[in-house]
Design a protein around this ligand. Structure first.
Ligand code: TXA
Ligand code: MG
Length: 368
């Protein structure tokens, strides 16, 4: 017989100053981490759900709270580069160079793990993902806890990542001991995950540090072919081998309503979205459109839009990134039946934006 545990716990809400977090509030959260509890906290990318990385039981609770598949490993967060030494068996010179250049910041490095890191954290892999976040609240929490903190994004598994404390409470309230509310996060998409255990440094997930920025330091940087998600076909037509970052095989970032992503030449994209919108409306569906600043006007013409989100301009990809997840969540709150999204350029932060949009769309990608 299986028993379903449905207990809720009371989630302590701690509002902190984002730049100078109050030490007494950080101490409360650090104490919870020490006792094996779970704390939501802001980073510069998205909110994380933290537990003591050395505490197997606490880490197991992260998976339970999120409904996360056990084979998807976690990123371990440190408060200073020296903390990485306890987590890895080897720190290649290239890693040191990247740490100097990009930490604190949205770059996660995949390195050979040390034996002490619990299997729960790495999902049994021989590698561990580490990063030092550039957020005063995150750094204060890790410093006060005096342990590395394992933390995935603080959303229910499969949902858009949280960029505010409200998002965290909506997904995980009653399942975690506390949330540190440091206001909305800045970057809005997750860190770049870079594998340094492959021959050529390989991006497993595009994110806050761009490929272009990495190339300046690394020269050569590869992109894992699984980055764009399921159903990727190899040149030979066969399916690719198992992804190196286990998280890549799962549905991600998805709002409740199906999202259709339309990519291609601008005027054709607009035309196609207008056609789809008209068709869905005819069948009584409520439609959201996620548009570029340049094209938003077209969707305001003819019919008053039910839901139109202007994500930002073609040249404002940082703005688009910052708005992306909260817009996807807003679509759900508005109760729309279908979301039609325009594609964005894939340079700079656009690579992370388009990766998340394509993953959220799953198979629903139209090239026009
Ligand atoms: O910005 C971020 O990275 C946020 C904040 C909270 O730091 N965290 C985050 O964690 O996005 P999560 O768990 O949502 O995504 C971690 C990604 C997953 O795709 C996972 O598969 C990959 O990193 N990952 C973790 N450990 C890995 C490893 N040892 N090898 C390859 N990929 C790994
Ligand atoms: Mg996540």
């Amino acid at each position: 017989m299986t028993t379903v545990h449905n207990h809720t716990i009371s989630t302590q809400y701690l509002k902190v100053h984002p730049d100078q977090p109050e030490p007494e509030l950080i101490a409360i959260a650090a104490e919870i981490i020490h006792r094996g509890g779970l704390v939501g906290f802001p980073t510069e990318t998205v909110y994380g759900l933290g537990a003591n990385a050395w505490d197997q039981a606490a880490v197991a609770r992260i998976f339970q709270a999120k409904g996360r598949p056990g084979d998807n490993p976690l990123i371990v967060h440190v408060a200073e580069p020296a903390m990485v030494r306890t987590l890895v068996s080897e720190l290649p010179p290239l890693a040191e160079q990247l740490i100097t250049q990009f930490w604190p910041g949205p770059l996660t490095l995949v390195l050979p793990r040390s034996a002490q890191v619990p299997d729960e954290v790495t999902a049994g892999l021989e590698t561990v993902a580490v990063r030092m976040p550039a957020h005063p609240v995150a750094l204060a929490l890790i410093s006060a806890a005096q342990v590395p903190i394992a933390a995935p994004s603080a959303n229910r598994s499969g949902r858009p990542s949280p960029t505010t404390a409200e998002h965290v409470l909506a997904d995980l309230g009653g399942k975690i001991e506390a949330i540190l509310d440091g206001g909305p996060t800045g970057i809005g998409v997750e860190s770049t995950v870079l594998d340094l255990t492959a021959g050529v440094p390989t991006i497993l997930r595009p994110g806050g540090v761009t490929r272009e920025e990495l190339a300046v330091v690394l020269g050569q940087v590869a992109i894992d072919p699984h980055v764009e998600g399921k159903g990727v076909l190899s040149a030979g037509g066969g399916l690719l081998a198992a992804p190196r970052s286990p998280g890549m095989k799962y549905t991600h970032y998805a709002p409740n309503a199906p999202l259709i992503l339309v990519e291609g030449e601008e005027s054709r994209v607009v035309e196609h979205i207008l056609t789809l919108r008209a068709r869905y409306r005819q069948s009584g569906k409520r439609v959201a459109v996620l548009a570029r600043a340049e094209t938003a006007g077209y969707y305001r013409q003819h019919h008053p839009p039910e839901f139109l989100a202007v994500l930002g301009g073609r040249d404002e990809l940082a703005v688009v990134a910052a708005r992306l997840y909260r817009t996807l969540r807003a679509c759900d709150e508005a109760g729309v039946d279908v979301i039609l999204a325009e594609g964005f350029p894939t340079q700079g932060l656009g690579a992370a934006v388009m990766n998340r949009l394509r993953r959220a769309a799953g198979q629903n990608i139209v090239l026009v």
